[in-house]
Design a protein around this ligand. Structure first.
Ligand code: PEP
Length: 249
């Protein structure tokens, strides 16, 4: 399978109905063919409305920001991968640093979530990345290796077709301080060597303060296949500009 360029917006817990409508009006203003995978992961409750609005923009994919590790049961407040799939959701983001840090999601639960999503044929964007202190103490490779080895433990060769990796250095998320294209490329290149299967075919996205003015440099690197974008995905003009850039590569 050929690697593709991706621009995925992670809206986190942002945007209400009015902002969503404005976003899609602005995003659709200038019609153009986008030659990359364009996707947004909104809050769960907004998924149906985004599915509807996305339809008007062509083929934007809509994803979820989390999914439970089992299909059903006494898990108050959780949403299952099975239900997401039933609702036509295209993918789920798992392992985001905010889930790891705030909700204490560790390797074992993330591995169960990845396996459950794949069992339900829900593709996974699996996020990994080191903190500032880990980078400063020279542990970046060690940290991402551990996250890949545990998070993707037991994943089969064919499952790997439904996994995209997002390397997101925690120190770059929402800080305005992105990794340079060389810093990011060095880690992406390393990640490719430690993937359990399909090393060359798997898409590896960069995330962390991606903006219209730094996307081109990042995408020019051989192992950077796109971006997972927080802040700059909230404004339609910025998000569209990222998609236009990715379409050129
Ligand atoms: C993210 O949260 O995944 C992210 C990359 O955020 P930002 O683009 O705002 O740094």
């Amino acid at each position: 399978m050929k690697r593709r360029k991706y621009i995925i917006g992670n809206w986190k817990m942002n945007h209400g109905l009015e902002e969503i409508r404005t976003f899609f009006i602005d995003f659709s203003k200038v019609k153009m063919e986008l030659n990359c995978v364009v996707a947004i992961a909104p809050q769960f409750i907004h998924i149906p409305i985004l599915k509807e609005l996305a339809f008007t923009t062509g083929n934007m994919q809509i994803g979820a920001q989390n999914a439970a590790e089992v299909d059903s049961g006494a898990f108050t407040g959780e949403v299952s991968a099975k239900s997401l799939k039933d609702m036509g959701v295209d993918f789920v983001i798992l392992g985001h640093s905010e889930r790891r840090a705030i909700y204490k999601e560790g390797h074992e639960i993330l591995n169960r979530k990845v396996k459950n999503a794949l069992k339900n044929e829900l593709p996974v964007i699996f996020c990994i990345g080191e903190t500032l202190s880990e980078r400063e103490s020279g542990k970046t490779f060690e940290v991402v290796k551990e996250q890949i080895e545990h998070g993707l433990s037991g994943i089969s060769n064919s499952d790997m077709q439904n996994i995209v990796i997002a390397y997101e250095p925690v120190w770059a998320i929402g800080t305005g301080k992105n990794a340079s294209k060389e810093e990011a490329e060095e880690v992406h290149q390393y990640i490719r060597t430690i993937l359990p299967h399909r090393k060359e075919e798997t898409s590896i996205l960069y995330g962390g303060s991606v903006k219209p003015d730094n996307i081109d440099g990042l995408l020019s690197m051989p192992n950077i296949d796109g971006a997972l974008v927080g802040g700059a995905s909230l404004k339609a003009t910025d998000f569209k500009s990222l998609c236009v850039s990715a379409s050129r590569f």
